[in-house]
Design a binder for this molecule. Structure first.
Ligand SMILES: Cc1cc2nc3c(=O)[nH]c(=O)nc-3n(C[C@H](O)[C@H](O)[C@H](O)COP(=O)(O)O)c2cc1C
Length: 302
């Protein structure tokens, strides 16, 4: 059973991934947030984040956003140049400005476009692919029309986030549909959606023994020690935080305010059950001094 760290744009960046792997671990593979083409070129910041130099010691899969062939070619050649021969294809992003233009999950209701996408990908025999998709854009049965197209790229695995894009990240994942998808798919299946404990992983895999892995996003950002609970110590959290702090203070060039905002955003998910007053003080900190004071208070309560 493989444990995969799910991409969360803005959260599971290279700093997070490397710190996570060193301190907590338990993850077999990290999928990076997608790269995409904007104004005629692949976004440089996103390419920098998947540069192998920024991802030492981890098994990393870069991800590209499902898009028309010309853009796909650009993204493939950019990741190829960085040395990657395996790519995750994102057919799940629910962001309306992208889905409206048939990118990400926006392509799911259009099997002919997915076929074109897969045919473009198959034109690169040096590459292998995994797919990350939702059940559908606005209907939880749209995945069915994608299944017969998978042989075009013969994916190494297919991760399904058991929501429609219309659901965004709200409500509950439609876990009850897992046996149906597992029964139809002819490639290794990875479950994704709302996994927050090792017990849940056990339940899901017992229910569907053919499952090849579980992908975990917000659960792992909230509780980085989920897979290795013995590592959930105050000392490890301090170390984890200071690695992120160091990486962000080197990489962000927008001054203290930008750094503060970035660090505060981490706490939107991290350790949700930690001391409430300390968490609130972190959120409300108006400068880095106050922020440091607040996180020290929080670590002291762990
Ligand atoms: C803020 C945020 C950013 C995300 N960015 C990506 C992304 O770049 N690529 C992707 O495939 N999924 C992305 N996702 C979806 C997650 O990878 C995952 O499929 C989803 O959160 C459900 O899994 P979870 O309940 O374990 O978090 C993102 C989700 C969130 C909340």
């Amino acid at each position: 059973m493989r444990i995969i760290s799910s991409p969360l744009q803005g959260y599971t960046d290279s700093a997070w991934r490397v710190a996570h792997a060193v301190i907590f671990g338990g993850v077999d593979n990290y999928v990076a947030p997608f790269v995409r083409v904007e104004r005629g070129e692949v976004r440089r910041r996103e390419l920098l984040d998947i540069n192998p130099e920024r991802n030492p010691g981890i098994d990393l899969t870069p991800q590209i956003l499902a898009a028309p062939p010309a853009e796909v070619e650009m993204m493939l050649s950019a990741v190829n140049e960085l040395g990657y021969r395996h790519v995750s294809v994102n057919l799940g992003c629910p962001h309306p400005p992208l889905t409206r233009r048939h990118r990400g999950a926006g392509m799911l209701p259009f099997p002919d476009e997915v076929e074109q996408l897969f045919t473009t990908l198959a034109g690169h025999p040096e590459m292998t692919y995994s797919v990350k998709m939702r059940l559908g854009l606005d209907n939880e049965l749209q995945w069915r029309a994608i299944m017969p197209l998978l042989p075009i790229i013969k994916p190494t695995d297919v991760t399904v986030h058991f929501r429609t894009a219309t659901q965004q990240y709200r409500g509950e994942a439609l876990r009850e549909m897992l046996p149906e998808v597992a029964g139809e798919i002819r490639y290794p299946l990875i479950y994704n959606g709302d996994v927050t404990t090792v017990d849940e992983i056990r339940q899901i895999t017992e229910a569907v023994p053919s499952l090849s892995g579980v992908m975990i996003g917000r659960g792992l950002v909230a509780n980085p020690a989920m897979i290795a609970p013995e590592r959930a110590t105050a000392e490890n959290y301090r170390d984890f935080h200071s690695r992120l702090y160091d990486a962000y203070s080197q990489r962000l060039t927008g001054g203290d305010h930008q750094l503060l905002t970035k660090l505060q955003s981490l706490w939107e998910y991290l350790l949700p059950n930690a001391d409430r007053r300390a968490r609130k003080a972190i959120r409300k900190a108006t400068n880095l001094d106050k922020y440091h004071h607040a996180i020290e208070n929080l670590f002291d309560t762990l």
